[in-house]
Design a protein around this ligand. Sequence first.
Ligand SMILES: CC(C)(COP(=O)(O)OP(=O)(O)OC[C@H]1O[C@@H](n2cnc3c(N)ncnc32)[C@H](O)[C@@H]1OP(=O)(O)O)[C@@H](O)C(=O)NCCC(=O)NCCS
Length: 179
Amino acid sequence: MSSFVVREVREEERGWVKGFLEEHWGSSAIVTRGRVHRGEELPGFVAESGGERIGLVTFRIEERECEVISLNSLRERAGVGSALLSSAENEARRAECARFFLITTNDNFPAIRFYKRRGFFVRAVRRDALDGSRRLKPSIPRVGFYGLPLRHEVEMELPLARSGRDFGKNLVPRAGPIG
Ligand SMILES: CC(C)(COP(=O)(O)OP(=O)(O)OC[C@H]1O[C@@H](n2cnc3c(N)ncnc32)[C@H](O)[C@@H]1OP(=O)(O)O)[C@@H](O)C(=O)NCCC(=O)NCCS
């Protein structure tokens, strides 16, 4: 298996970020909690292997909150998604954020599982929130993973341990219980 590195998004590759988000999310405008985020304007990290970009995370930090806005791995089950998520988590810690969270959707069971395995818990479910999101971004599909209706926002949060020494302690062991 080839190795990869994770590095910050460079200013000159904002156009690539825009195109990447358009390809994977229909548009670089990502709607969460009734707010439009322009992915290409956000800080982020890229995973790269042999000069090829194989993953992207974007996030925003405001008022001591860090929200992951997008996360995509193009080489799944090789640690790319976890490494990108950890990089964003590190930034949240550096900025002394009180919260590290993200919004996913009711149909995205693979992502919900992935985040739960990494210590996240479900903070809130906003029923029918996608109706409002579609008013801001009409291209959001009505049908999601497994042919399920795409309707609700699921807010997931990682409890940030108090000190940097606790970094990584939220990670659920691979063979551990899924709660
Ligand atoms: C969710 C997503 C980001 C995960 O990315 P990923 O690169 O597959 O993530 P990882 O490789 O770090 O982890 C996935 C699994 O592979 C396992 N894995 C990692 N390296 C591995 C290896 N070398 N060999 C075998 N398994 C491995 C991990 O342990 C993990 O399994 P677990 O959850 O049971 O612990 C990716 O599936 C994706 O891009 N999905 C589509 C977009 C999306 O829905 N994003 C989330 C929006 S909210």
